[in-house]
Design a protein around this ligand. Structure first.
Ligand SMILES: Nc1ncnc2c1ncn2[C@@H]1O[C@H](COP(=O)(O)OP(=O)(O)OP(=O)(O)O)[C@@H](O)[C@H]1O
Ligand SMILES: [Mg+2]
Length: 514
């Protein structure tokens, strides 16, 4: 859906280059709002065919200062500003000259000061930047005067088509803002002004001497970013590390007048704490991954031990039980294996399904061919849901393998009952299908086979055997879900086999496709 700003842009007849120019301005003009302690509004003429009186401007963007109170209470983006509301803006657009005056805003408060600056792109006036501010009650201090002066220098650049820069990237969340620290240097790189926050940052970088009038290089600060900005007339963003533990992000904006670089505005932000957190997070991820890796290794060791012990037992119940236990441990190991690769608390469940199916295929000892199929997907699932769900799925698939397609002449099943059998004619292949569905609020899993179907006496809730007891407990108590197990013919008459349906309500799961 188009945003109000996009709709506003559509009403103009700016060409692509002009559009990109204004969008770059909107990407960085937070700095200008702060430098001027003002609300900023950007407007451009409405396309000719839509114009009633050839003097209508549409508001493309609005920015509030972060260091002073706003004077614009309303959201103006998308509104039309005509001569009646903003005669000065219309005048600036047509004359290409800066205008100053007052305007009364809809919010009904007294008039606010208005300063309109033509914005040019490749020499053509394409928009007007209106600066709205409350009247000054007291004499502005040094900081305010310096910031306003820098704003006026940038305003000249706006009307000389030199700001925003062609290479200026949209400010990221990390980019330093005016409040983080401002240093103003002249065309030779000498510091003319350093704001209190910038001074603090410089102190943390080990620089305690008088700053103003000196070059940062003379003070022992790498200055390549500033030098490069002055030399190239292009903005430079650089992260400077000083002493082992201080990191400062610099955003150097050259100030240009009549094609000459007259100085540089340096915004600096002490990002030491941010970087330290980044490093901690990285190492926390690595630690979590390592833990999962070790858990997986340990589980694999346990499963190997169980397998060894099972092999030492004679065929029979005990041996089958050990093989089953071994398989259950292995299905949990699969989840940790995947978590050790993806350091998040969300697990790609479909990879787990693929691994479980691979594991199940390996355990098939039936002489009948079994065809496995997975349809649909669950996407990312929280780790604490993934583990029990993996165990449940493994049980259900295993049941289909063990019970749906019995050997023609013997009822016994399980890995222990593998040894040699029948010359019976080839039965048709059996099918086991796992169907997955995630609609954002419910996870749905189905395990369907086309085998024998459930025994007549079967009662899911009363079943005392271990496999289904585990399944019931995990689904109902641990996951808060529902499970039904029935013959397929009850749902689709004429079809044989068993159908298990699990539904889990969930808030934490991303719907597929996002
Ligand atoms: N897909 C299926 N097709 C036919 N019968 C099934 C199917 N799944 C389960 N059953 C029946 O339900 C019974 C209970 O299953 P359950 O998993 O609880 O125990 P089990 O598989 O016999 O032993 P284990 O505890 O080792 O899993 C099975 O013995 C079987 O009779
Ligand atoms: Mg079972």
């Amino acid at each position: 859906m188009a945003t109000p700003a996009e709709l506003a842009f559509e009403r103009t007849n700016l060409d692509e280059v002009q559009l990109a120019h204004l969008q770059r301005l909107l990407g960085t003009w937070g700095i200008l709002a702060d430098l001027s302690f003002s609300d900023l509004v950007l407007m451009a003429p409405v396309a000719a065919e839509e114009q009633h009186d050839a003097t209508e401007l549409v508001i493309l963007g609005q920015m509030r200062p972060s260091n002073s109170a706003t004077v614009v209470q309303h959201d103006l983006v998308g509104q039309t500003a005509g001569v009646a509301d903003y005669p000065l803006a219309v005048e600036t657009f047509h004359s290409g000259e800066v205008t100053r005056g007052e305007v009364v805003l809809d919010s009904g408060e007294g008039p606010v000061r208005l300063h309109c600056i033509p914005v040019r792109c490749e020499g053509t006036t394409v928009a007007v930047l209106a600066r709205l501010s409350a009247g000054v009650g007291r004499r502005p201090g040094h900081l305010e005067r310096t910031y306003r002066d820098v704003f006026n220098r940038v305003a000249v650049m706006l009307s000389e088509s030199t700001f925003p820069f062609p290479s200026e990237e949209v400010a990221t969340e990390e980019a330093p803002r005016v409040g983080d620290g401002v240093v103003l240097v002249d065309e030779e790189g000498r510091v003319r002004y350093a704001s209190p926050n910038a001074t603090n940052a410089l102190h943390r970088m080990g620089m305690y001497s008088q700053i103003e009038g000196r070059r940062l290089t003379d003070l022992g600060i790498e200055e390549s970013a500033i030098e490069w900005a002055l030399a190239s007339a292009l903005p430079v963003v650089e992260e400077v590390e000083r002493r082992p533990d201080v990191t400062v992000l610099l955003h150097c904006i050259p100030l240009i007048e009549h094609d000459l670089v007259t100085g540089c505005l340096v915004l600096m932000r002490d990002v030491t704490d941010v970087r330290r957190l980044d490093r901690l997070l990285l190492s926390k991820d690595a630690a979590i991954r390592e833990v999962h890796h070790r858990v997986k290794n340990n589980l694999q060791t346990i499963s190997a031990l169980l397998r060894l012990q099972a092999r030492r037992l004679p065929p029979g119940g005990g041996r089958v039980a050990l093989f089953e236990a071994e398989r259950r441990v292995r299905s949990i190991a699969i989840v940790h294996e995947i978590l050790s690769r993806e350091p998040s608390d969300q697990v790609p469940f479909d990879e787990i399904v693929a691994s479980l199916i691979r594991m199940a295929k390996d355990s098939v000892v039936s002489s009948r061919e079994l065809v496995f199929e997975v349809t649909g997907a669950l996407g990312e699932v929280p780790a604490d849901v993934a583990t029990p769900l993996a165990v449940v799925l493994a049980e259900l698939v295993q049941n289909a393998i063990e019970h749906a397609f019995p050997e023609p002449e013997d009822g016994d099943s399980g890995p222990g009952a593998a040894a040699g059998d029948g010359a019976a004619e080839e039965p048709p292949p059996g099918h086991i299908r796992v169907h997955l569905l995630n609609d954002g609020t419910t996870l749905r899993l189905e395990v369907i086979d086309d085998g024998l179907g459930l025994p007549d006496t079967f009662d899911f809730n009363a079943s005392q055997s271990l496999g289904l007891s585990i399944v019931r407990d995990l689904i109902r108590s641990q996951l808060g879900g529902t499970i039904t197990m029935r013959n397929r013919r009850d749902v689709h008459p004429g079809q044989g086999g068993t159908m298990v349906t699990i539904e889990l309500p969930t808030q934490d799961v991303q719907p597929i496709g996002e």
